[in-house]
Design a protein around this ligand. Sequence first.
Ligand code: ATP
Length: 432
Amino acid sequence: MPENSQNLMDKIVSLCKRRGFIYPGSDIYGGFGGFYDFGPLGVEMKNNLKNLWWKWMTIEHENIVGIDGAIITNPKVWEASGHVESFVDPLSECKKCHKRFKADDIEGKKCPECQGELTEPKKFNILMPVQIGVIEGEKVNAYLRGEACQTIYLNYKNILNTTRLKIPFGVCQTGKAFRNEVTPGNFLFRQREFEQWDLQWFCHPKEMEKWFDFWKKERMEWYRGLFTNPKNLGFYKHEKLAHYAKKAFDIVYEKSPCEIKEIEGIHWRGDWDLSRHQQYSGQDLSYTDMETKEKFIPQIVETSGGVDRMFLFLLIDAYTEEKERIVLKLNPKIAPYKVAVFPLLANKPKLIEKARSVYLGLKKQFSVVWDDRGNIGKRYYAQDEAGTPFCITIDFDSLEKDDVTVRERDSMKQERIKIKELKEYLEEKLNE
Ligand code: ATP
């Protein structure tokens, strides 16, 4: 990694810990490679992201429903998906682009795709095994799911039978996935436990081109709407495709400080998944069009993204060093706290009382944080680093005039606003 990129990553990692976004997993035991915990600010921001994604999928689009599938499934699922097969062959993984190659297919020690260094060939499987059952010798071997999408395929028939959906329709899901990554690293970018958001869009084979292009465009617009600098996003076109895919694109963050740029893959999965599950389960997974009586296996366009990668790219994109402060210029929709409330001085009961009433009044509607530590300058500094869009100060004038100072994060402009107009003011500003 170039020195300035490494510096940026180091600064983000440090800010994340300092402000309570991300902590190393099992921190008091010295950490545990590839696992992280979200702190108080991190979980707020991650929930904001997931809620925005969920609402966008299910409310702003017709014909999309959600599920919340189990993390552990019948192990046959992973045979059908092809994940178990990789046990058989020794594979080498590229340390740079993380693609894996059968040891028999490659010559030399350099990646055929990006010329990165390859690991020694190993028999490995990215699936994380678990044992189910309590009696030794009778335990069943299963896996933590390696990708969140499989439970959508497993429930496709259940969903058709229990809803009024007709093709084309989508099923979305957010949830944890687990991978025994050979080379975890780069903070949240390559973890062993991470979260994905997936849409599987089921359509008629003849309509694949149309829907693939539709979702590619839709997803990019969604991402662009949330980044501080949308121009930093682009597409990466895959040249080497899975045998069932006609095309594949990644939505990438071009200014990534490391070699990992992918946030989300837009995949042409065709009828591969449903056909495999039909074959392995022995169940009929075809679809019959009630009007034309045509029977076929639906084809699938998948949009599969990483919540944690999006989270980290957003922080990187929002991170701004100014003369006397560091600011996270996060879109207010995803900022962990929308508003911070301060009494000008922490030792004046009248100010505290007034500030508490403002704080409690706003708290019912917005995500608000109270801060009475140190002086006002330090509080602004801390809230800027946390990305809080508005800071409200209650001073001696507030006691007389029933108004407050509202300070906006990016411009640092301050305005006096009447307390009774605060909610409306904030609502308007936060939805701009
Ligand atoms: P990559 O090639 O970068 O490893 P992938 O192509 O294996 O990713 P998919 O299987 O398509 O990834 O998973 C969908 C999304 O899940 C990716 O776009 C990425 O955002 C996220 N993701 C995948 N692996 C990890 C990981 N180890 N840690 C964090 N996020 C991940």
